[in-house]
Each structure stands twice: as structure tokens, then as C-alpha cells.
Design a protein around this ligand. Structure first.
Ligand code: GUN
Length: 281
């Protein structure tokens, strides 16, 4: 089988257009603040892209860029100010933070109602217990892509490769909430290849270039590659060995142009959701 390619750029563009239309109908302007600390170069690119995408759909977005030597206390004070600012609906603190700042402490200080990354324990707990809340952007984007690919999730054997708080765990929770049978595989899994071969839907989110070999993919499986791994030449590559995998898969996401564009689109979606939910009380 030769896989159809799941076009994340197109799906993300359609989602952004829908959000832009929705923002126009609102009697208020949703507000987003993106906080960046220090000079991590990749973070600079991500933050600029998030800010620009938000402005393009009509969100009032701004980046607050603090110096590397900012203290944890000063960052927490900024987060509290944003929590209290009625014009701010979404707060995103870009990771990684400098080593002298405890990221978890910062994330737990964000008002869960404004936590558009969905990283706060309250939102993680809501997702785990099937309650409404803000859902992490990357796994939410994967669910959109699965819908766009026409995947039947209920009852499907799904394998999530990776167990991070940002992708693997919320991904598994979303698939479970959609009635999939979910396996979480990771670096200590005894036979990764065998687990992956059982998957009708395989989501790879480990951050290791090409770890998923072509013969780990079963015939006709839907393969979602969350990996964004930087190559020495500056390009990026996924966690899946794309060419051989696409000879077996039914549908597959490319890297770049698959999951990546969806993450930002879902950040915009979360910001609008947060804005509406806050104003409804
Ligand atoms: N760093 C890399 N990805 C992300 C993300 O989705 N959110 C935040 N806040 N930081 C990140």
C-alpha cells in the first residue's frame, strides 16, 4: 500500500480560517500573552510564529520577552499580573525556561482558565477524568488530523510512542476519551517494534529521528509523526522513517508539514475557547 499524505498545512489553514471567522463574530477581542525568557534560538522562532498566527486571526497577541537572568520570583509576579488582567484570556510561557527557574512551579501559577497550553495539573486532571478543560495543543492537533484522515478511532488499536506530559500522556487520554484501545509505549518497553506493529493508529512522539522503522508499521495503519528533530543541515525530520513507512501505511503525516502547523492552530483555538469560557463565567 502507498500511503495518502495527511496535509497538516492545509488542515491547519482551514482551522485558522474557521477561527478567524469565529473571532469576527465575538463581541470582544480575545487576548493572548506569550512569555519568553532568555535567548533559546528555537524558542524565538516558535514564539514569533505563535504571535503572528494569533494576530492574523484577530487575537490581540503580544510577546513579553524577559532577560535570561530574570528570577523565578519576577516571572511568577508577571504570571500573576497576567492572571489578574481582564484583557488577557490566554497565557503561554514558552519552554524551556532557564535552568534556575522551576518550570513546573511557573506552569502551576498560571490561572487554569487562561492555561492555553493545557499544562496545568488542573487541566491535565480534567482531561484524565473526562471533564471539560483546556487540552494541550499538539495532541489536540493530532485529533484534528485523525478526523481529517477519516480515521475510525472508537475501538481501534492505537499505540502512542512516548509518555511526556506535553504530548504522550494527553494524547493517550484523548484517544481513550474517543473510545480507542490505547497502548503507551516508551523507552523501557520490551519490544517496541512488536507493539508498534499492532497499531491501527500509531502516534510517534519520542523525539528521536527515524526511530520508527518501515517494518514497524502494519499494512494500512494511520501514522502520525509528532517528532520535530533538527538535522545538522538545519532541516527537520520526524520520528518515523518516512519513505519505507509510507509504503505500508494507509495514511501518514510528513515532517515538516504534518503535526507542526496544527500545534499553533490549536493554540489559537484554545485561546478563543478560553476567552468564551471566561466571559460565560
Ligand atoms: N516548547 C516547545 N513546545 C512548546 C509548547 O507547546 N508550549 C510551550 N509553552 N513551550 C513549548
Amino acid at each position: 500500500m502507498t500511503a495518502s499524505i495527511i496535509d497538516g498545512k492545509a488542515v491547519a489553514a482551514a482551522l485558522r480560517a474557521r477561527i478567524a471567522g469565529q473571532v469576527q463574530t465575538l463581541p470582544f477581542t480575545p487576548g493572548l500573552r506569550v512569555v519568553r525568557v532568555g535567548e533559546d534560538p528555537a524558542s524565538g522562532v516558535y514564539v514569533r510564529n505563535k504571535d503572528r498566527a494569533a494576530q492574523q486571526v484577530g487575537i490581540d497577541s503580544a510577546t513579553l520577552h524577559l532577560p535570561e537572568e530574570t528570577t523565578e520570583a519576577d516571572l511568577l509576579a508577571l504570571v500573576r499580573r497576567l492572571n489578574d488582567d481582564p484583557a488577557v484570556d490566554g497565557i503561554l510561557v514558552q519552554l524551556p525556561l532557564p535552568a534556575h527557574i522551576r518550570a513546573q512551579t511557573v506552569l502551576e501559577t498560571i490561572d487554569p482558565a487562561k492555561d492555553v497550553d493545557g499544562f496545568h495539573a488542573v487541566n491535565a486532571g480534567r482531561l484524565a477524568t473526562g471533564q471539560k478543560g483546556l487540552v494541550p495543543c499538539t495532541p489536540k492537533g493530532v485529533m484534528h488530523l485523525l478526523a481529517a484522515a477519516g480515521a475510525t478511532i472508537a475501538g481501534a488499536r492505537t499505540v502512542v510512542l512516548g509518555r511526556s506530559n506535553i504530548v504522550g500522556k494527553p494524547m493517550a487520554a484523548l484517544l481513550l476519551a474517543a473510545d480507542a484501545t490505547v497502548t503507551i509505549a516508551h523507552s523501557r518497553t520490551r519490544d517496541l517494534a512488536a507493539e508498534c506493529r499492532r497499531a491501527e493508529i500509531l502516534v510517534a512522539a519520542v523525539g528521536r529521528p527515524g526511530i520508527v522503522k518501515g517494518d514497524w508499521v502494519s499494512d494500512g495503519a494511520i501514522v502520525i509523526d509528532v517528532g520535530i528533530n533538527r538535522l545538522p543541515n538545519g532541516g527537520i525530520t520526524g520520528d518515523v522513517d518516512f519513505a519505507p513507512a509510507s509504503e505500508r501505511a494507509g495514511a501518514i503525516t510528513p515532517v515538516p508539514g504534518g503535526v507542526g502547523p496544527m500545534t499553533i492552530a490549536c493554540l489559537l483555538e484554545n485561546t478563543v475557547e478560553a476567552a468564551i469560557a471566561r466571559r460565560q463565567g
